[in-house]
Design a protein around this ligand. Structure first.
Ligand code: ANZ
Ligand code: ZN
Length: 833
């Protein structure tokens, strides 16, 4: 028979699946339900290899679950709002909608050419009013329940993208997308009350056993729950200053009090003291993030005020304004303990403040602290009056008790997590459904007037928000009093769009965001697969959104994703020409064992790195699919390395995959009627069924594939028999999740009814999983002399007889009977001569 023709097979079966609606998930199926989801793509232009690997992993699992008899929901859609579309509009003069929809069309075709088992009937794009209109409805629900509010706040302003960024979007002081240095600005912004859920979001992590430990840890640190004490110092001015500490045990090591530059005490001082005002201005010019304040040089300004130590009315501490104290964490004021906090140490050394040890570092109890490294470890309290001799944790409790008893402080919990600012001054996003009226304030758009649709006629010739300068769009009447009013021109952060799309996939009625019962029948997503770059932002926002909907009674689901898998990246060698410019793999060719450019210039081979446009080390999936077929590509991307690790793309790898597709095909086509058993092969077949199932279940695709290689080798070597034919049929079923086109083609050739996509995963006989033969070591006086291969569970006497008869043993014993025989069943015979 002919070679396998992937082009023809791919097209044939993709058409059949589409026509029959094979992968449409039925809401009211009696089968157990399974929801498999990969993070939906941003329609940037074309599919890249990272997408191919990500979606193949999900697809293998989805197809496997179908074969296990489950009703599988495996949907696909588009995270379609966002800046790149506006950049394209600015650079190429094409409307963001046109650009986005064209990209979606291209990428949809590319995904379809890979034969993914997706329910395309549920496809959605967040940029369409059918989707974002329902998002507006949800936003208003949260608004009605007090989970949305507006406040004036200092924001991270990206001067290049001309927009506000969430803290999460500022990396090392720069915009995550533009890379521009971020500035501070005061603006009125919409916020979602994620902080109301801080405790739940941390505690919920405990239930997510099927999430990577590192992701749970990252979320926990991001939410940052700290237990401590909040208390007031009396000030020399007659007022008080409230501080927050996680180390109340160190109270006798305090040597100063410090307030944030934006603290009211600082502001009051600035009114009369120009030097203080100048210092505050200097602090404001710096970055806004905690990380930046951590690394910046510690600077302070002595206010001249003093604070009275809570345990000693005679003890006065100077009060400084300090650049390392944040206004929006704790109370915006701290007491400094230089010996046990590095920031305080740096500050104290700079301004000559006392450094007193209060926690003994092993034997070190001397109050005079030498060195510039704060001690933050455990130990017993010293130089601390009534706390002396206590362990740190006990001392913390004692101080909190005293503060609460004395009425000057309170044990509290604070979080690093801030409310989620969702206003973006952009066009290509979900319009915030609010109308501003001079008389009524912020008025929600009545639900029957949703969706608030983006106007089509906008211009991108100047930076800023096109919605704001649109001639008519924002001018509307107040829904409450009818007076002239203005639409909100900010749009929602695109992370809002991706915070609930998995719910809309599960249920998408035309007249509401989702049907509660239907959504609940699919949710939570049993297996979510995506990049670890979303470990904090997207995954935290989606968890919050789900909990917020639960709280307002719209959905009875607490955690949206019970299983999470973060896959590795696809990498490739990098190449540079003689001028140092990056070269694409298409620009070079192999010559005499090395690489040269097409016109013969020498090429330097660089490191293996994540495929990226900037380094040009990208392989376009479409060319590869055309050349080798979808199955070879799918096989290769999950075969070579563990899925959580990076995969290096290589020509050898894809060619090896393509050869394997043909090996399976040859076995099927060369099969003819044969009879007879093959017990070893039958055992092997059962073991492979069980092993591959367990590996796919654990997402260890590379291990499953290794087993399939071995099994294929065994089938190739076996003599024709009925058992061998059975093994070939089984092989087709086992490779089906990875190479579905070949599997369908083979299934049809084998004369099976129906599609392999609808076939059941083969059953195995647990009795055949263990090998029935064991190898027994035979020792004489403790020395290995021979080995026996016998049936498992063989009787002692029989094993003993075989051991005595073994040639090497007989020679050593030299005809004398052994003095003693020890038999360890299935393992060992020791003869004492
Ligand atoms: C006294 C002390 C002594 C502190 C010591 C630490 C070590 P986490 O764990 O991150 O919550 N702090 C409190 N509010 C602050 C603010 N707005 N800006 C900057 N720093 C602030 O850190 C809590 C600790 O960070 C608090 O405990 C406080 O310093 C400081 F040996 O109080 B500590
Ligand atoms: Zn009004």
């Amino acid at each position: 028979t002919a070679r396998f023709n992937p082009r023809a097979a791919d097209a044939r079966w993709q058409k059949v699946w589409a026509e029959r609606g094979t992968f449409h998930a039925s809401d009211d199926s009696p089968k157990p339900k399974s929801y498999v989801l990969e993070m939906f793509p941003y329609p940037s232009g074309r599919i890249h290899m990272g997408h191919v690997r990500n979606y193949t992993m999900g697809d293998v699992l989805a197809r496997f679950r179908r074969m296990q008899g489950m009703e599988v929901l495996h949907p696909m859609g588009w995270d379609a709002f966002g800046m790149p579309a506006e950049n394209a509009a600015m650079e190429k003069g094409v409307h963001p909608g046109t650009w986005t929809r064209a990209n979606i069309a291209t990428m949809r075709d590319q995904l379809k050419s890979l034969g993914f088992a997706l329910d395309w009937s549920r496809e959605l794009a967040t940029c369409e009013p059918e989707y974002y209109g329902q998002e507006q409805a949800l936003f208003l629900d949260l608004f009605e329940h007090g989970l949305v509010y507006r406040k004036e706040s200092a924001v991270n302003w990206d001067p290049v993208d001309q927009t506000v960024l969430a803290n999460e979007q500022v990396i090392d002081g720069r915009g995550w997308r533009s890379g521009a240095l971020v500035e501070k600005r005061k603006l009125s912004q919409w916020f979602l009350k994620i902080t109301d859920f801080a405790d739940e979001l941390i505690d919920g992590l405990q239930t997510l056993e099927h999430w990577p430990e590192k992701v749970r840890l990252m979320q926990e640190n991001w939410i940052g729950r700290s237990q401590g004490l909040q208390f007031r110092f009396a000030l020399s001015s007659g007022g008080t200053v409230e501080v927050f500490t996680t180390r109340p045990d160190t109270i006798f090591g305090a040597s100063f009090v410090a307030v944030a530059a934006d603290h009211p005490i600082a502001a009051a001082l600035a009114e009369t003291n120009p030097a203080a005002a100048a210092f505050i201005a200097e602090c404001r010019a710096g970055g806004t993030t905690a990380a930046e304040l951590e690394t910046a040089e510690k600077k302070g300004f002595d206010t001249g005020l003093t604070a009275t130590h809570p345990f000693d009315p005679e003890w006065r501490l100077p009060v400084h304004i300090a650049n390392f104290v944040l206004m929006d964490y704790g109370t915006g004021a701290v007491f400094g303990v230089p010996a046990h906090d590095q920031r305080d140490m740096d500050f104290a050394r700079k301004y000559g403040l006392p450094v007193t040890r209060v926690v003994a570092d092993g034997d070190e109890t001397d109050p005079v602290f030498v060195g510039d490294t704060a001690y933050t470890g455990p130990g017993r309290l010293v130089n601390s009056r009534f706390l002396d001799g206590q362990e740190v944790e006990a001392a913390k409790r004692l101080v909190i008790e005293r503060a609460e008893a004395g009425g000057w402080g309170q044990g509290t919990t604070v979080f690093r997590l801030r409310d989620w600012g969702v206003s973006r001054q952009r066009y290509w996003g979900t319009p915030i459904p609010i109308i501003h009226c001079d008389h009524c304030g912020a008025v929600p758009v009545p639900k029957d007037q949703l969706p608030v649709v983006l106007p089509e006629d906008v211009s991108f010739d100047i930076p800023g928000n096109p919605l704001d300068r649109h001639p008519s769009w924002k001018h509307v009447d107040c829904p409450k009093c009818g007076a002239k009013a203005r639409r909100e021109t900010d749009t929602l952060d695109t992370f809002v769009d991706s915070s609930w799309y998995f719910i809309r996939f599960a249920s998408q009625p035309a007249d509401r965001p989702f049907d509660k019962a239907v959504a609940e029948s699919w949710l939570p997503v049993g297996q979510y697969i995506g990049g670890v770059e979303h470990a904090i932002l997207h995954l935290l926002y989606a968890r919050f959104w789900t909990r917020a909907l639960a709280r307002i009674g719209r959905l009875d689901v607490k955690e949206p994703f019970t299983g999470l898998f973060t896959q590795g990246m696809v990498t490739h060698e990098t190449y540079q020409g003689p001028d140092g410019k990056w070269l694409s793999p298409d620009d070079i060719e192999k010559r005499d064992g090395g690489f040269v450019t097409r016109d013969g210039q020498p090429v330097t081979v660089g490191r293996v790195e994540k495929m990226s446009k900037s380094k040009k080390n990208v392989i376009d999936p479409t060319g590869i699919i055309d050349a080798y077929g979808a199955d070879a590509v799918r096989w290769f991307v999950v075969s070579d390395s563990p899925p959580e690790r990076d995969l290096e793309w290589s020509v050898n790898g894809i060619e090896g995959a393509s050869r394997f597709v043909n090996r399976v095909w040859r076995l099927v086509t060369a099969m003819d009627a044969a009879t007879g058993d093959d017990e070893a092969l039958e055992r092997r077949r059962n073991q492979t069924i069980a092993g591959v199932a367990a590996d796919i279940e654990a997402l260890a695709f590379n291990k499953a594939i290794a087993k399939l290689y071995e099994f294929t080798g065994a089938v190739e070597k076996a003599a024709p028999s009925a058992a061998r034919n059975m093994a070939i049929r089984t092989l087709v079923l086992l490779v089906a999740p990875m190479m579905p086109h070949l599997a369908e083609e083979a299934w049809a050739l084998l004369g099976e009814d129906g599609l392999v996509a609808d076939a059941a995963w083969p059953a195995h006989d647990p009795a055949l999983l263990v090998d029935d033969q064991v190898t027994i070591a035979v020792q004489v006086n403790g020395k290995l002399r021979d080995t026996l291969t016998v049936a498992r569970g063989q009787a002692r006497e029989a094993v003993e007889a075989l051991a005595l008869a073994a040639p090497n043993v007989a020679r050593v014993l030299d005809g004398k009977p052994p003095r003693k025989v020890i038999v360890v069943p299935d393992r060992l015979v020791n003869l004492v001569a």
